[in-house]
Design a protein around this ligand. Structure first.
Ligand SMILES: [Zn+2]
Length: 484
């Protein structure tokens, strides 16, 4: 087999990285890669623990002179996202990746590379086998299925670990220390509703043309959400004219900002003109409000012939509109520790009238647990007050920013000495494994770093060779500086 990465430095990091690209390891298919790493531990006489999920922990004792120093955890995930181009015939269940080098970049022909997070695995294996390195006791943690809900981190038993510091290696930009992430939960509100038969002019109301986006990464852009706009419009139409709701439907994912929302109305012949005018006025106002961030919003209202339909009970309709007008939405607070970071937010990703209830599905996020809880309480209070109920799923913990972190200070010092510039402290408004691991090891001081990667999770994914070399060198130097 060709060794495309031969000759690259650090040699053992790229050796292992190339080995990993030959072992299929998409999420859900981690047995082989986990065994490969376990075999390496066995071959080097290192203590290791592999669980039934295929999570793996490899322990390397402290080097001479570091016996008294607190243990350090290095951590990355074993699984990768399998994506390929439309033309590719690659079989992710058995084919090795077809990797190549272009200048400073490693990539795979027509598929994801798995630099996320294979480079973390390769760096840990290289550190584990290198007897020349100076470091405290190392606890290297290899988790599975980070990319599909962090199941490995959730299921792993860390009770044998003594680490007081965690260096997570799952970031994609050199020079940045991630220091906090959001926790989240998916919240469903259900309001029972009734219908009755009525006759009138049927109308289709559609709000579309919105940019949408990810409810974690893009909630700070203050774009419009079609469900929220529909709530405003229904409220306004209700003030000015008379109509009844037949149906209401917007969005399909809790974590996507809703781009389209549809409602069907039943209206009186005499109300048609008023509703048309109010809708047009509303559209003009909305376009003004969102001119900069969401300029292509459109609203259409089309009337059909008079017919019979099942309409929502007037009291239930009022409750639906009340909910849409009163439930909190969007960015609730910005971080007071990290500039530009959204601290707490919620997104109404899905809403729908069914035959017996109205449902609203939220994605709630916060890097402060009590603020997440507060939002949940508000929604619960509101829905129960109106006679409805709630359920929640997919709860995952935040990684709260540690205002006083020795570990961050050490990394900052080492980085500045080596490269003459300052590391940036950042955080993300989405989940990381650090949130889950941190809950299992209370008080642990954590940072997440990684070498430069581009376009992860796409067939254009690439990994910088020079940045990997610097990052590896940096990690080794940080470990060396952790004496006592
Ligand atoms: Zn990753």
């Amino acid at each position: 087999m060709n060794n495309r990465l031969e000759g690259l430095q650090p040699e053992r990091v790229f050796y292992y990285f190339e080995e990993l690209t030959r072992i299929p390891h998409g999420s859900g298919n981690t047995k082989k890669i986990s065994d490969y790493c376990a075999d390496m531990a066995k071959a080097h006489g290192l203590e290791y623990y592999q669980d039934e999920l295929n999570n793996l922990i490899i322990i390397k004792p402290a080097s001479a002179g570091y016996a008294e120093s607190p243990a350090v955890m290095l951590q990355g995930h074993l699984d990768m996202v399998n994506e390929k181009t439309d033309e590719s015939a690659h079989d992710f269940s058995k084919d090795p990746l077809d990797i190549d080098v272009d200048g400073d970049w490693i990539y795979a022909h027509d598929t994801t590379l798995g630099g996320d997070d294979g480079i973390a695995v390769a760096m840990m294996l290289a550190i584990l086998e290198d007897q020349s390195l100076a470091h405290p006791r190392l606890e290297c943690v290899f988790t599975i299925d980070e990319e599909v809900g962090m199941e490995g981190a959730a299921g792993i038993d860390l009770s044998m670990c003594r680490s007081r510091y965690l260096l997570n290696l799952d970031s994609e930009e050199e020079g940045i220390m991630l220091s906090s992430c959001a926790g989240g939960v998916r919240y469903d509100l259900q309001l029972p509703v009734r219908y009755a038969k009525a006759k009138g002019v049927r109308a289709d109301l559609v709000i579309s043309g919105l940019k949408g986006g990810h409810s974690g990464a893009e909630i700070d852009k203050q774009r419009a959400n079609a469900n929220i706009l529909m709530g405003r419009l229904l409220f306004r139409l209700d003030l000015e004219g008379d109509y009844s709701l037949i149906s209401l439907e917007g969005g399909s994912k809790d974590n996507a900002i809703t781009r389209t929302c549809r409602a069907e109305l039943l209206v009186d012949e005499e109300a048609v003109q008023t509703l048309e005018k109010e809708t047009a006025d509303f559209l003009a106002e909305i376009r003004n409000e969102y001119q900069t961030v969401d300029p292509d919003i459109d609203i259409t209202l089309e009337f059909k012939t008079a017919q019979q339909a099942q309409i929502l009970n007037p009291l239930d309709q009022e409750k639906v509109i009340f909910l849409l007008m009163q439930a909190p939405y969007g960015v609730q607070a910005m971080s007071t520790d990290i500039e530009g970071l959204v601290e707490t937010s919620l997104n109404l990703g899905v809403m729908r009238l069914t035959e017996d209830h109205f449902m609203m599905r939220y994605s709630i996020r916060s890097c402060i647990n009590s603020r997440k809880k507060l939002l949940c309480d508000k929604l619960e209070y509101l829905i129960q007050f109106l006679g409805g109920d709630f359920t929640f799923t997919g709860d995952y913990p935040e990684w709260e920013y540690k205002r006083d972190s020795n570990f961050r200070a050490l990394l900052a010092d080492v980085y500045e000495e080596k490269y003459g510039s300052k590391m940036q402290v950042q955080a993300i408004h989405a989940g990381l494994e650090c949130g889950i691991i941190g809950k299992k090891l209370p008080g642990i001081d954590m940072v997440s770093i990684g070498p430069d990667m581009k376009d992860i999770h796409t067939p254009q994914e690439r990994l910088s060779i020079s940045s990997t070399a610097r990052t590896y060198d940096f990690v080794c130097e940080v470990l060396k500086r952790m004496q006592n």
